[in-house]
Design a protein around this ligand. Sequence first.
Ligand code: NAP
Length: 504
Amino acid sequence: MKTKTALNPTIFVIFGGTGDLNKRKLAPALYNLFMEGYMPEKFAIIGTGRTEFTDESYKTALEEAVNEFSRSGKVKKDKWDDFGNTIHYCPTDFAQPKTFENLKAAVEKYQKEYGAGTQVIFYLAVAPNFFPIIAECLQKYKLTQDEDNSRIVIEKPFGHDLESAKELNTLLSTIFTEKQIYRIDHYLGKETVQNMMAFRFANSLFEPLWNRSYIDHVQISVTEQLGVGDRGGYYEGSGALRDMIQNHLLQLLCLVGMEAPINFDADEIRNRKVEVLKAMRPFSSEDIRFSTVRGQYSKGWVEGKEVPGYRQEKGVDAHSNTETFAAVKFHIDNWRWQGIPFYLRTGKRLNQTSSLITIQFRDVPHQIFSAGVTENWQQNRLVISIQPEMSIRMQVQAKRPGLDMVLNPVDMVFDYKGTYEGDTPEAYETLLLDAMMGDQTLFMRGDQVEAAWELVMPILNTWESKKSINFPNYPADSWGPEEAEALIARDGFHWFNLPLKNKD
Ligand code: NAP
C-alpha cells in the first residue's frame, strides 16, 4: 500500500495523448489520483499527438473520456476545473523531430515555474515502432539528462521477440539508466496480484506448504469472452503467446514461484522473479509437441448473437496462422518446484472472462472415509481470482449438515467486495503513482523481459515455421481446442474454471 507522501512537482508528458489508452486508462487514473489526494501539489499533464487540438479542446476531450471511463463516474465539476487547469496539448509528430522543440519549450516552462527537483515522466502510449525514435528525440533535445528527475514509461509490447527486445534494451541503455526506465506490465498493478506478495509473505501459514511436497500442480488461466474486435491488424502480428503468456501470465507464474525476498526493495523482488525465469526448463522440440497447444476461434454464438471467426475479423488474413488461444505446460527446475507442472492457458472468445491462479494441493496420504462419504471428494485448492471477481478461496472438505456423514468441498472466501468498502484503485493508478514515487517494484527490469522472451522463443519459432493444419479449431463461447483438455488430462488433471454468477 502507498502512503501519501509529498511528491516533487511532476510534469507528465503523454506521447499518444490522443489515443485509446490515454482515454480509457491514463487520463481517468490521473484524475482519480488527483481526487484521492495522491497527486503532487504542483503538476502538469502535457498530451501530444498529431491531431489538432487547442489546450481547451483537448481538456474537453479528456473530460469526456474521464466521464465515460473513470471508475468514479462522471467528474465533479469544481474538482475537474482544478484538474483541467493542469492539462495542456503540444502537437508533436515523430516523423518531424523538429516538433520536439515545442515540447522541450513546454517542459522547460514548467520546470522553471516549479523549480529545482521537478520530475518529468515521459509516458510512451504509442505503437512500439515509435519507442526508438521518441527515445532518440528525447536524448537529442536533452530532455533526459537529469537521471534523478526524468523517467520513461514504456507500454507493452516490449519487443516482438528476444532479438528486438534486446535491441530496444540496448538502445534505451545508451540514453537512460535502468533506474529511469519503467517497463509496464499492467497486470502487476492489479490489486489482487499485489496481494499475492502479502498473502505469501505476510502469513506464516502458507509458506511451509508452498513447495513440491504439498502442491501437486498450479494453473494460471486468463480467459476472455471478447474476440479481437477492431484490433485484428495489431493482433495478426502478435498472437496469444506473445500478447499474454510472454508477459502477464509468466509474471503471475513468477509471483507464485519466487523465493521469499529479503525485503521489499524493487531490485530484491525483481531478482527473485528473474531467478524463477532462469530456472524454467527450456523447451525441446519434443516438449513443444506434447506440452503446448495453440488454437484459433471460428465463428459461433455468444449470448444469442452470432460472432465472426478470427479469420473473418477486420484486418485479419483469411488464412491466418495467428493463434488466439495458447496453453503451455511449464516446469521450474529447482528444489522447491522440481516435478510440479505449471499449466498456463489464455485465449479469446472463450466461455468466460476471468483471470485465475489455482494452486492444487496434494491429496491426503491415507483415506479414512468410505466411498459413499467421499463421493464429492476434491483435493484442497487455493484459488486466487484476479478478475472480474477479486477473491481468494481456500477450498476444503467439510461435513455436510445432517445425520449422515457426507463430505462436500466448501470455500473459505476472502472477497474484496465483502471485506472492504469503496472501489479498489485501477492498476494504472497504482503504476502511475509508483512512477511518480520512483518505485520500480511493479515494473519489469530489462533482464526480466529478456528472460521471458528467451523462454518462449522456441515455441514461437516452431509455431511460426509450422503452420497449423487445423485452424480454426475451437468455436466461440467454448473452452478452447480439445487438445488443451488433453494436454492437462494426460497428467490426470483438468482445467479449473470458477463458477461465476455473472459472466462479463
Ligand atoms: P492508439 O489509440 O492507436 O493511439 C496511438 C497514439 O499514437 C495516438 O495518440 C496517435 O496520435 C499517436 N501517434 C501515432 N503516430 C504518431 C506520430 N507519427 N507522431 C505523433 N503521434 C503519433 O493506440 P493505443 O490503443 O492507445 O495504444 C498505445 C500503446 O499502448 C500501444 O503500444 C499498445 O500496445 C499499448 N496498450 C494499449 C492498451 C489499450 O487499452 N488501448 C492496453 C495495453 C497496452 P495522433 O493520431 O493524434 O497522431
